[in-house]
Design a protein around this ligand. Structure first.
Ligand SMILES: NC(=O)c1ccc[n+]([C@@H]2O[C@H](COP(=O)([O-])OP(=O)(O)OC[C@H]3O[C@@H](n4cnc5c(N)ncnc54)[C@H](O)[C@@H]3O)[C@@H](O)[C@H]2O)c1
Length: 177
């Protein structure tokens, strides 16, 4: 089996899902983590038995790293994706991949030039309800699709927004078109 080495940039709330997922992928090895918080990052790296970097650009110099998982705030995704592609890495980025639709074409162009893949973490596509809806559509049970309206009701308390300063702002979360 071929071994693939991964690095994770951003060790906040979601990164533990990536650590856990990598443990379940045969041949995958977590080689490095990156965070601007050196105290947290060093502690986690010791727990995971991997290297720690405070600057993702230094991590990208490691030729042994095949894939970079990006788990930072939205506004950092694009520069980190472009840097990882330029360094010859495959990329797996948390959603939303970018801040606005215009940034998508820059990333697609960079991936084409680098001949690398950019995957986006849309894990809810595999939820049982999502798969059930997909089956209904594919089996034609809903007839010809004319339009789709989806409503997702999630509750986010004030604590969620207070926990990370980038949350809840158009400048750092995007979507202000
Ligand atoms: N797929 C999902 O369902 C899902 C769920 C939660 C979050 N997310 C996404 O994951 C991303 C991160 O969310 P979160 O809740 O983990 O955020 P968070 O604020 O909890 O963690 C972000 C981490 O990135 C670090 N960071 C910030 N700038 C950095 C830099 N320049 N270099 C290295 N590290 C840096 C911070 O120190 C922090 O540890 C967001 O884009 C979010 O939308 C996706």
């Amino acid at each position: 089996m071929q071994t693939r080495h991964a690095a994770i940039i951003g060790c906040g709330a979601i990164h533990t899902c990536h650590v856990d997922a990598l443990r379940h992928v045969p041949g995958a090895v977590l080689r490095a983590i990156v965070d601007i918080d050196s105290e947290k990052g060093s502690r986690l790296a010791a727990d995971y038995g991997c290297q720690f970097y405070q600057d993702y650009r230094e991590m990208l110099l490691d030729d042994a790293i095949d894939v970079v998982h990006i788990c930072t705030p939205h506004y950092l995704h694009k520069p980190m994706i472009l840097a990882a592609l330029a360094a010859g890495k495959q990329v797996f980025c948390e959603k939303p991949v970018v801040m606005n639709p215009q940034e998508v074409s820059d990333i697609q162009a960079a991936a084409t030039i680098a001949q690398r893949h950019v995957g986006v973490c849309y894990q809810n596509r595999l939820n049982p309800t999502s798969l059930a809806i997909q089956r209904c559509i594919e089996e034609g049970r809903l007839g010809a699709m004319r339009a789709v309206k989806a409503v997702l009701t999630w509750s986010r308390s004030g604590n969620y927004y207070a926990a990370s300063p980038w949350r809840g702002s158009f400048a750092t979360e995007g979507a202000a078109c």
